[in-house]
Design a protein around this ligand. Sequence first.
Ligand code: HEC
Length: 148
Amino acid sequence: MKIPFVLLFSILFCGTMLLVNCQGTMDIKTAQYYTNGHRLYSVHCANCHGDKGEGLGMLYPPLTDQDYLIRNREALPGIIQYGMHEEIMVAGNSYNMQMPANPQLSAVEIAYILTYVTNSFGNKNGVFSESEVLDGLGKMQKQAAPQE
Ligand code: HEC
């Protein structure tokens, strides 16, 4: 009975390695952030932006516009934490709607979500670290309340 067990174990092990490899060249930290981000995205974002980041018509913009995400990388943490209401161009369409704030999300949770978003839906933009999120949020706060 020993051999089948060893065999089963090897198959499981190989399967797991294959799965890790399927995520391409993603390193372990990115893969961890991505997985946590996927879970949080389903709870907090998918309602409006869709399971595949496809958005909803002219109501909710898609998250598939790689150019928008790259150009606005520094602003993304603030968009998630504080919400957004301004005229924007995404994937060739203009939106001027209201995205609600997410005050309950911590910086590391925002890093998970952004790592997921910027590496899904055809995007491939590397990991978002917690410190990058904190930086982004710090900049947003300074812009909102300029110093004399
Ligand atoms: C209630 C619906 C709603 C939810 C929930 C929501 N958003 Fe949004 N989001 C919007 C709307 C509407 C806009 C456009 C705001 C504007 O026009 O100023 C937007 C804009 C954005 C943008 C910038 C434009 C773009 O499409 O790239 C990003 C990035 C984004 N949302 C990510 C998220 C993430 C990540 C979550 C989950 C934490 C989330 N949103 C949750 C409605 C929502």
